[in-house]
Ligand binder design. Sequence first.
Ligand SMILES: NC(=O)N[C@@H](CC(=O)O)C(=O)O
Ligand SMILES: [Zn+2]
Ligand SMILES: [Zn+2]
Length: 427
Amino acid sequence: MLIANATLPDGRERDVRIADGEIDAVEPSLSGEPDVDAAGKRLFPGAIDVHVHFRQPGYSHKETWETGSRSAAAGGVTTVVDQPNTDPATVDGAGFDEKADLAAASYVDYGINGGVTESWNPDELFDRPLFALGEVFLADSTGDMGIDADLFGDAVARAAENDVTVTVHAEDADLFDQSARDADAGGEGEAANADLWSAFRAAEAEEAAVERAVEVGGDSDADVHIAHTSTPEGIDAASAGGATCEVTPHHLFLSREDLGELGTYGRMNPPLRSAERREAVYERVADGTVDVIATDHAPHTREEKEAGLWDAPSGVPGVETMLPLLLEEARQENLSYERVRDLIAANPADIFDLPSKGQIEEGRDADLVLFDPESSQKIRGEDLNSKCEWTPFEGRRGVFPELTLVRGEIVYRNGNFGTAVGRNVRR
Ligand SMILES: NC(=O)N[C@@H](CC(=O)O)C(=O)O
Ligand SMILES: [Zn+2]
Ligand SMILES: [Zn+2]
């Protein structure tokens, strides 16, 4: 396949030839009849979303590998990393193998993380083609997989021995503000009170947990990556402690001020923060302190989300809207195209050791996304491909891809899907 006249993230205009699933040549001009005329369009490395919950096995009414990976492909995401809070949880060999069989239905490449509970089996897990250990839950979230300090220390040590990175859900439940729950007099848990979730899972609980995670990581000389940091304090603690960190699109673009409109649809862990903190998070994304944008794509049905505040499950979908929202920021010149590329492709490939992905370079996998940088459109939940059919970004603008390739195969083109070619990146 030959893609002609494409503008790369750094602004160079190049022809790109693909052969045997790899990028074969990137030159100012290549001979041959182009298959795609990309004049005026931008070509990006496919996004690597290191944090999704595709819900299988166990919760296929929320999402499946098929629907989740279609949503990824339509949003320009060519590699996803699935988290362990499924049923069964991915905490032993059998759990890993069951998920690996289901993941074979994926349209995009994938990694499978292993989790930690009292009954985890590290020997079996480290014997599998594991992407990373995580997300390791320092507090309960969906799936109630929160663990204590001793088990966390053991798990980090085992990961370091096996040269596996640990990704951490960093909130300290001891610092949650119980008075926020008590403030919900009568315990009605009205959606109108959704802000109480942010008050309850207080910002301070993140910084303390990040500090503990980097300290424990340092003791074992482990590679620690902090998942979904939501506060400038959490980001700075990760960075000061030598850990890498990710920020989600919802913590980048939404704040507590949006909860009046979102109600329980805006309940997630860690929760939305103040407008001031959101701005400070944005600055750290723009200046490179934050390493990665990852979605924490955590779909739940509308019916589930419409339960009262204290009963609704935590989590929002996001895998299809991450790159479009960021490309809209680039279109508005709030972020550079190179920064976006680093956050969604180059950095995750570096941090998680994926040398064949993350850049448009000869010899790397032809995981590519083509888009018209001026074609901005309104995001509508009903247009998205996730099973949950809603989005916290309803009505915001995004620049959606026209074409998504995974190792040279068309997985998405102008509203149509190709074949499910996804495979485990750690095979
Ligand atoms: N983020 C969330 O609020 N929910 C996630 C779990 C998690 O990442 O904590 C889920 O699986 O639903
Ligand atoms: Zn989490
Ligand atoms: Zn998660």
